[in-house]
Write a protein that binds this ligand. Structure first.
Ligand code: RB5
Length: 154
């Protein structure tokens, strides 16, 4: 494992596409760590989102991929972790903008609404698009709450 390792996890609804995208990441030469599940038996998305997001939040790894039916449950849970920017992307264009404008460090796929080829294209767009910085860096810096001095404590 290196800090460039990409974590991947899903619930039962995202399991099949997780397996496909894990193979795709390996074929592209990425080091991948699969945080489960290992079958499509019914699971709870938060049980997989939190361990992945915790490691991105701490800086243990830089990036992760989560999958559930709609992408929503996974994104809600992951985005509760500081410095995690988990973006639900249902097209390559959204994935590219999530990187370019929002510096998304977690990609979330709505597995019940994207096919295998579309999933691969979304993943590729997210992997290949750099953060644009500039005015977007200022905006991204305003996302986190709790770190900044408030009127009361400044
Ligand atoms: C599971 O049925 C489904 O609710 C889950 O995969 C996800 O879509 C939740 O947001």
């Amino acid at each position: 494992m290196t800090s460039d390792t990409i974590l991947i996890a899903s619930d039962h609804a995202g399991f099949a596409l997780k397996e496909t995208l894990e193979k795709e990441l390996e074929a592209l030469g990425y080091d991948v760590e699969d945080l489960g599940p290992q079958s499509d038996a019914s699971t709870d998305y938060a049980d997989y989102a939190h361990p992945l997001a915790e490691r991105v939040s701490s800086g243990n790894v830089k990036r992760g991929v989560l999958l559930c039916g709609t992408g929503l449950g996974m994104s809600y849970a992951a985005n509760r972790h500081a410095n995690v920017r988990a973006a639900v992307a249902w097209s390559p264009e959204i994935a590219a903008l999530a990187r370019e404008h929002n510096d998304a460090n977690v990609l979330v796929l709505p597995a019940r609404f994207v096919g295998e080829d579309e999933g691969r294209a979304i993943l590729k767009a997210w992997l290949d698009t750099p953060f644009a910085g500039g005015r977007h860096a200022r905006r991204v810096a305003k996302i986190e709450i709790g770190d900044e001095p408030t009127k009361e404590n400044s």
